[in-house]
Design a protein around this ligand. Structure first.
Ligand code: HEC
Length: 139
Protein backbone atom coordinates (compact mmCIF):
# COMPACT_ATOMS: atom_id res chain seq x y z
CA UNK A 1 0.00 0.00 0.00
CA UNK A 2 2.69 2.42 1.05
CA UNK A 3 4.82 1.52 -1.97
CA UNK A 4 1.91 2.06 -4.29
CA UNK A 5 1.44 5.55 -2.89
CA UNK A 6 5.09 6.37 -3.32
CA UNK A 7 5.06 5.09 -6.91
CA UNK A 8 1.98 7.18 -7.66
CA UNK A 9 3.58 10.24 -6.14
CA UNK A 10 6.72 9.75 -8.21
CA UNK A 11 4.67 9.36 -11.39
CA UNK A 12 2.70 12.49 -10.52
CA UNK A 13 5.87 14.50 -9.96
CA UNK A 14 7.40 13.14 -13.17
CA UNK A 15 4.29 14.27 -15.07
CA UNK A 16 4.96 17.85 -14.04
CA UNK A 17 8.04 17.90 -16.25
CA UNK A 18 5.79 17.58 -19.29
CA UNK A 19 4.28 21.02 -19.40
CA UNK A 20 2.05 22.21 -22.23
CA UNK A 21 1.73 25.78 -23.31
CA UNK A 22 -1.61 27.48 -22.68
CA UNK A 23 -2.17 29.92 -25.48
CA UNK A 24 -4.45 32.83 -26.26
CA UNK A 25 -3.38 34.02 -29.73
CA UNK A 26 -3.80 37.75 -30.25
CA UNK A 27 -6.79 38.34 -32.52
CA UNK A 28 -8.35 41.36 -34.13
CA UNK A 29 -11.53 42.18 -32.15
CA UNK A 30 -13.24 42.89 -35.47
CA UNK A 31 -13.18 39.14 -36.12
CA UNK A 32 -15.13 38.32 -32.97
CA UNK A 33 -18.61 36.96 -33.60
CA UNK A 34 -21.23 39.59 -34.35
CA UNK A 35 -24.39 38.66 -32.49
CA UNK A 36 -27.02 40.37 -30.35
CA UNK A 37 -25.64 41.31 -26.94
CA UNK A 38 -27.72 38.75 -25.03
CA UNK A 39 -26.47 35.93 -27.27
CA UNK A 40 -22.89 37.07 -26.97
CA UNK A 41 -23.20 37.20 -23.19
CA UNK A 42 -24.27 33.54 -23.18
CA UNK A 43 -21.47 32.47 -25.52
CA UNK A 44 -18.91 34.36 -23.42
CA UNK A 45 -20.20 32.85 -20.23
CA UNK A 46 -20.44 29.24 -21.40
CA UNK A 47 -18.35 28.73 -24.52
CA UNK A 48 -15.42 31.14 -24.61
CA UNK A 49 -13.35 29.10 -22.18
CA UNK A 50 -12.69 26.65 -25.02
CA UNK A 51 -14.02 28.11 -28.25
CA UNK A 52 -12.15 31.43 -28.24
CA UNK A 53 -8.78 33.09 -27.94
CA UNK A 54 -9.80 34.48 -24.56
CA UNK A 55 -9.56 31.34 -22.49
CA UNK A 56 -9.34 31.93 -18.76
CA UNK A 57 -6.99 29.24 -17.52
CA UNK A 58 -7.54 28.33 -13.87
CA UNK A 59 -4.55 27.72 -11.55
CA UNK A 60 -4.93 23.97 -11.86
CA UNK A 61 -4.48 24.32 -15.62
CA UNK A 62 -0.77 24.21 -14.81
CA UNK A 63 -0.92 20.84 -13.12
CA UNK A 64 -0.49 17.68 -15.18
CA UNK A 65 -2.44 15.67 -16.18
CA UNK A 66 -5.28 18.24 -15.98
CA UNK A 67 -3.16 20.67 -18.00
CA UNK A 68 -2.93 18.16 -20.85
CA UNK A 69 -6.67 17.61 -20.86
CA UNK A 70 -7.45 21.34 -20.90
CA UNK A 71 -4.96 21.97 -23.67
CA UNK A 72 -6.42 19.17 -25.77
CA UNK A 73 -9.97 20.43 -25.22
CA UNK A 74 -9.11 24.00 -26.13
CA UNK A 75 -7.16 23.03 -29.27
CA UNK A 76 -9.94 20.71 -30.40
CA UNK A 77 -12.66 23.19 -29.62
CA UNK A 78 -10.91 26.08 -31.37
CA UNK A 79 -10.26 24.03 -34.48
CA UNK A 80 -13.99 23.34 -34.81
CA UNK A 81 -15.49 26.66 -33.69
CA UNK A 82 -13.55 29.74 -32.65
CA UNK A 83 -15.79 32.66 -31.70
CA UNK A 84 -12.79 35.00 -31.63
CA UNK A 85 -12.16 34.47 -35.34
CA UNK A 86 -15.77 33.77 -36.33
CA UNK A 87 -16.03 36.66 -38.80
CA UNK A 88 -13.14 35.22 -40.83
CA UNK A 89 -15.24 32.15 -41.71
CA UNK A 90 -16.98 32.07 -45.07
CA UNK A 91 -20.78 32.23 -45.08
CA UNK A 92 -20.86 28.55 -45.92
CA UNK A 93 -18.64 27.68 -42.95
CA UNK A 94 -20.73 29.86 -40.65
CA UNK A 95 -23.94 28.17 -41.74
CA UNK A 96 -22.47 24.75 -41.15
CA UNK A 97 -21.11 25.72 -37.73
CA UNK A 98 -24.36 27.41 -36.73
CA UNK A 99 -26.19 24.18 -37.50
CA UNK A 100 -23.76 22.32 -35.23
CA UNK A 101 -24.14 24.93 -32.49
CA UNK A 102 -27.90 24.61 -32.77
CA UNK A 103 -27.50 20.92 -31.99
CA UNK A 104 -24.65 21.22 -29.46
CA UNK A 105 -26.21 23.94 -27.37
CA UNK A 106 -29.17 21.72 -26.64
CA UNK A 107 -27.30 19.07 -24.71
CA UNK A 108 -23.67 18.30 -25.55
CA UNK A 109 -22.13 21.69 -24.79
CA UNK A 110 -20.57 22.96 -22.61
CA UNK A 111 -18.65 19.75 -21.88
CA UNK A 112 -19.96 17.98 -18.75
CA UNK A 113 -16.44 17.72 -17.26
CA UNK A 114 -16.17 21.50 -17.54
CA UNK A 115 -19.58 22.09 -15.99
CA UNK A 116 -18.63 19.99 -13.00
CA UNK A 117 -16.15 22.69 -12.01
CA UNK A 118 -17.85 25.70 -13.65
CA UNK A 119 -21.38 25.81 -12.36
CA UNK A 120 -21.76 29.39 -13.63
CA UNK A 121 -21.43 28.16 -17.24
CA UNK A 122 -24.54 26.00 -16.91
CA UNK A 123 -27.15 27.04 -19.48
CA UNK A 124 -30.76 27.49 -18.47
CA UNK A 125 -33.57 26.32 -20.73
CA UNK A 126 -34.26 29.96 -21.63
CA UNK A 127 -30.63 30.55 -22.59
CA UNK A 128 -30.55 27.48 -24.82
CA UNK A 129 -33.76 28.63 -26.46
CA UNK A 130 -32.38 32.12 -26.95
CA UNK A 131 -29.32 30.81 -28.79
CA UNK A 132 -31.43 28.47 -30.90
CA UNK A 133 -33.87 31.23 -31.84
CA UNK A 134 -30.99 33.50 -32.79
CA UNK A 135 -29.64 30.78 -35.10
CA UNK A 136 -33.10 30.11 -36.47
CA UNK A 137 -33.69 33.76 -37.25
CA UNK A 138 -30.25 34.67 -38.51
CA UNK A 139 -30.53 32.57 -41.67
C1 HEC B 1 -14.58 22.81 -21.67
C2 HEC B 1 -14.41 23.18 -23.05
C3 HEC B 1 -15.63 23.50 -23.88
C4 HEC B 1 -16.64 24.39 -23.63
C5 HEC B 1 -16.80 25.28 -22.43
C6 HEC B 1 -17.52 24.33 -24.78
N1 HEC B 1 -17.04 23.43 -25.69
FE1 HEC B 1 -17.82 23.02 -27.53
N2 HEC B 1 -16.37 21.62 -27.85
C7 HEC B 1 -15.35 21.33 -26.99
C8 HEC B 1 -14.56 20.23 -27.52
C9 HEC B 1 -13.34 19.61 -26.86
C10 HEC B 1 -15.15 19.88 -28.75
C11 HEC B 1 -14.68 18.77 -29.70
C12 HEC B 1 -15.61 17.63 -29.74
C13 HEC B 1 -15.73 16.88 -28.47
O1 HEC B 1 -14.71 16.56 -27.85
O2 HEC B 1 -16.89 16.59 -28.09
C14 HEC B 1 -16.27 20.78 -28.94
C15 HEC B 1 -17.11 20.76 -30.04
C16 HEC B 1 -18.10 21.69 -30.27
C17 HEC B 1 -18.85 21.80 -31.50
C18 HEC B 1 -18.65 20.94 -32.74
C19 HEC B 1 -19.70 19.92 -32.92
C20 HEC B 1 -19.74 18.90 -31.85
O3 HEC B 1 -20.79 18.83 -31.18
O4 HEC B 1 -18.76 18.16 -31.69
C21 HEC B 1 -19.74 22.81 -31.33
C22 HEC B 1 -20.75 23.31 -32.35
C23 HEC B 1 -19.55 23.35 -30.01
N3 HEC B 1 -18.54 22.64 -29.39
C24 HEC B 1 -20.26 24.39 -29.47
C25 HEC B 1 -20.13 24.86 -28.16
C26 HEC B 1 -20.98 25.88 -27.60
C27 HEC B 1 -22.11 26.58 -28.31
C28 HEC B 1 -20.55 26.07 -26.31
C29 HEC B 1 -21.15 26.96 -25.25
C30 HEC B 1 -22.55 26.79 -24.97
C31 HEC B 1 -19.42 25.16 -26.09
N4 HEC B 1 -19.21 24.44 -27.24
C32 HEC B 1 -18.68 25.08 -24.92
C33 HEC B 1 -15.07 21.96 -25.80
C34 HEC B 1 -15.89 22.91 -25.19
Amino acid sequence: MRNTLIIMLVIFIAMQFFQVEHTNPKTDVALEIQAPQEVKTILKKSCFDCHSNEVKYPWYANIAPVSWMISRHVNNARSLVNFSTWESYTQEEKDKKLKEIFRAVYAAMPLPSYLSVHDEAQLSKEERTLVREWIGYSK
